[in-house]
Design a binder for this molecule. Structure first.
Ligand code: ASP
Length: 417
């Protein structure tokens, strides 16, 4: 437990010491100034009484230093000491509790670790970066070590036995020889699944032995189904790495970014499960973007079609292609939040029984260009549109929207073509 009661730290200019009640006037003097507290995430104090209450808490908590400017012996700020939380351990524990709470949660698909905080990097991004370095002959040891230490840290905090060190040594050797980008990037999910499997006491099954693609990159549904069904005859509780599978020759192939959601859906369909739970860090879909609208309502139920529409237009909770496999068998998807498992989340299914919602959601995308074409009054508009569209078709350019008036029409096109 943190206790700064008898601690004093001193620099040339400053003294850090525990607060005293006699600091109240100094405290209020800076805490009431507009803009000061905002920098640290709190609003200016409205009265000295408010400062007094907070000061009492500081003194009682024994975690907050007063910053004293030695020149005039005035308190000019505060600094709180917080314990460093072990995010890895917390997340894995949360996941374990959720999985073990319901014995029917028997097939687990994982994605690679994401960011630990907003300044951190996703493992998958780092793996792509390593490959980009290698491609141009630039040393990537530093990045490789960051990735490696992320996993070894998880192993250590959870006291797991798996010999990841050996696997990383082999991978490092592989980097110097010929290794495919897809193989390297797939290791993000692979290592994570290995760690989680041991932590849960489940069996790890490599996706390269379960998810099969044809050479054209399309899923080989029958082979995948057979492999999964056979696997479940052998073991009932498994962890599968998401995001990848293999070509007929055994080489690794990835789904597109965010594709662990798709692996989950493919597995759900192949095994005709009752429900596909997709656990993430939000409690389902909101009617609109919370970064733009304060506290929007949650969407409790939504149909597959509506969801695809919203995902396409920018609501990126779930990979767009997640819907197809489960929709065919009408398997509902429940989006749930690992940080708030008690919340209901959003149910995606063929029927949406929530009739209270007339408009399901509002979403939007930025970066569009508009090309306006004005025709001569006598030329038929439909013909001009057809000619223009055929040019766009030739260059494989998608048109989002074609507003038109009597002698003109516009083409709304994504700007980054
Ligand atoms: N790790 C992969 C990605 O970042 C796949 C996923 O997260 O679903 O795209």
């Amino acid at each position: 437990d943190i206790n700064i009661k008898n601690i004093i730290l001193e620099t040339n200019r400053l003294l850090l010491r525990p607060f005293k009640m006699s600091d109240l006037n100094d405290f209020y003097e800076y805490a009431k100034v507009w803009g000061v507290g905002q920098m640290a995430g709190w609003l200016p104090h409205q009265s000295i009484a408010q400062s007094q209450k907070i000061l009492e808490k500081f003194i009682e908590g024994n975690k907050t230093f007063a910053i004293v400017y030695k020149n005039n012996n005035k308190v000019i700020g505060s600094i709180g000491i917080e314990e460093l939380r072990n995010i890895n351990e917390e997340q894995f524990k949360k996941i374990k509790n959720i999985i073990l709470e319901d014995p029917s949660r028997s097939i687990i698909v994982v994605s690679a670790p994401g960011k630990k905080n907003k300044d951190d990097h996703k493992i998958t991004d780092l793996l792509y970066l390593i490959y980009a370095h290698l491609k141009y002959g630039v040393d990537a040891k530093n990045i490789f070590d960051i990735v490696k230490s992320r996993y070894l840290e998880i192993k250590k905090t959870l006291s797991l036995k798996i010999d990841l060190e050996k696997e990383f040594t082999l991978l490092e050797v592989g980097l110097k020889q010929k290794i495919s980008e897809e193989f390297l990037v797939s290791r993000g999910e692979y290592f994570c699944a290995k760690l989680l499997a041991e932590y849960l006491g489940y069996d790890f099954v490599d996706a390269k032995n379960l998810i099969y693609f044809n050479y054209d990159g399309k899923l080989d549904e029958q082979r995948t189904k057979d492999a999964l069904v056979n696997q479940l005859i052998k073991t009932k509780k498994i962890v599968i790495p998401g995001f990848y599978g293999c070509y007929p020759d055994g080489n690794i192939h990835l789904f597109s970014r965010g594709g662990s959601d798709v692996t989950g859906a493919v597995v759900a369909k192949a095994l005709s499960v009752d429900i596909y739970e997709n656990w993430t860090d939000v409690s389902g879909f909101l009617v609109t973007d919370p970064k733009i609208v304060h506290n929007p309502k949650k969407i409790k139920e939504i149909s597959y079609e509506e969801l695809r529409e919203l995902s396409y237009m920018g609501a990126n909770v779930l990979h767009e292609e997640t819907i197809f496999p489960v929709q065919e068998l009408d398997i509902p998807i429940n989006i749930k939040n690992t940080n708030h498992p008690e919340e209901e989340g959003t149910i995606i299914s063929s029927k949406c029984r929530d009739s209270s919602q007339i408009i399901t959601g509002i979403t939007g995308k930025k970066s569009y260009e508009s090309i306006t074409i004005i025709k001569k009054p006598k030329v038929q508009k439909i013909k001009v549109i057809r000619d223009v569209l055929s040019v766009l078709d030739k260059y494989n350019i998608n048109v989002e929207h074609i507003p038109s008036s009597i002698d003109s029409f516009s083409l709304i096109i994504e700007a980054n073509y």
